[in-house]
Design a protein around this ligand. Structure first.
Ligand code: NDP
Length: 324
């Protein structure tokens, strides 16, 4: 495994990390979840990503039980949670980025994960109905209380991130060090264009999600859709509608050919392509089966194959380079 610093922070994160959206507490049982965590940890993964909303808190409970049962030393891994959507409650006090929910959500996440502190705590979406000052103060206070080590944002705009930094600078508070955006071969604008300036100014770290576009970039949907594939799930019909389109499938087919030509496969190629972006601190892997994760964890080997010439050939297949 290789490690990089998370943005301007000193925290070393493994270049490949592991997340639990859809899978833990939902699609897969406890034993598989544990097997996946162990595979990741044994491969050197040191960042495990979670959120209050994943399976309405059950994902954190499953991860907490695994962390307890394995007994891994607390200084050997980092764990995150995210606040915003709530853990199932529908009341206005049970979601958002106001001081009350941030404090209660953090305490609840610590309890479910059975840890004393979160290494990373993300504001899962911006909350336009709460003053940014209140959110920044609340995250700062969690750090001061020893409940959180670093905080970050997820799917915030560059402007919102800058506002958080301006508030932090004005009141001498600790600002966000990391953003968690979607990034993959089919979805590029935010990471490649929108954030271009703030990498230089505030020094944003990135923990990017859906590197395989929910499995589309494995090529398996080109052969049809099976009942145990993510995009067949009823609750994800909206995602299937967005991703499972002819244009994407055609690109994946061409990428499969290209990957074969350079001696790899499209799954590893897609992950390695994300790793090539120097602003990406860590690529969050998701998996529903142990063999998927074992395979994806070998993607680092493909990075050296991606020379400038090869990246240009990929660019001509993707034909979606975002304009600055
Ligand atoms: P991917 O795009 O890599 O999708 C993972 C899914 O693709 C797997 O669960 C599996 O689904 C399929 N898959 C993965 N590898 C293979 C393989 N080798 N062969 C065949 N199928 C494969 O990542 P995720 O969308 O899961 O995102 C990763 C993590 O990012 C999440 O777990 C979560 O922690 C985080 N995230 C954060 C978000 C945010 O808003 N901050 C939003 C979404 C995710 P299946 O077997 O079911 O088809």
């Amino acid at each position: 495994m290789e490690y990089s610093k998370l943005g301007k922070s000193g925290l070393p994160v493994s270049r490949l990390s592991f997340g639990t959206w859809i899978t833990f507490g939902n699609q897969i049982g406890y034993d598989t979840a544990k097997e996946l965590m162990v595979i990741a940890y044994d491969a050197g993964v040191n960042f495990f990503d979670n959120a209050e909303v994943y399976a309405h808190g059950r994902s954190e409970e499953v991860m907490g039980r695994i962390l307890k049962e394995t007994g891994w030393s607390r200084d050997s891994y980092t764990v995150s949670s995210k606040v915003f959507f709530g853990a199932g409650g529908k009341l206005p006090t049970q979601r958002g980025l106001h001081r009350k929910h941030i404090r209660e959500a953090c305490d609840a996440a610590l309890k479910r994960l059975q840890v004393d502190y979160l290494d990373l705590y993300f504001c899962h979406r911006p909350d336009k109905s709460t003053p940014i000052e209140e959110t920044v103060w609340s995250m700062h206070q969690l750090i001061m209380a020893g409940k959180v080590l670093y905080w970050g944002t997820s799917e915030w705009s560059a402007q919102e991130i800058m506002e958080a930094h301006m508030v932090a600078a004005r009141y001498n508070l600790i600002g966000p060090v990391v953003e968690q955006p979607q990034y993959n071969m089919l979805y590029r604008h935010k990471v490649e264009v929108e954030f271009a300036q703030i990498y230089k100014t505030v020094g944003l770290g990135l923990t990017i999600w859906s590197p395989l576009a929910s499995g589309l970039l494995t090529g398996k949907y080109n052969a049809g859709i099976s009942d145990d594939y993510r995009l067949k799930r009823d609750e994800l019909a909206w995602l299937a509608e967005r991703n499972l389109i002819e244009e994407n499938l055609k690109k994946v087919a061409q990428l499969m050919e290209f990957a074969k030509e350079i001696g790899t496969d499209v799954t590893r190629l897609a992950i390695a392509w994300c790793l090539k972006n120097p602003n990406v601190s860590t690529v969050l892997l998701g998996a529903s089966k142990p063999e998927q994760l074992k395979h994806n964890l070998t993607a680092l080997e493909v990075v050296p194959l991606l020379t400038d010439d090869m990246m240009e050939r990929i660019e001509s297949i993707l034909n979606n380079k975002p304009q600055h």
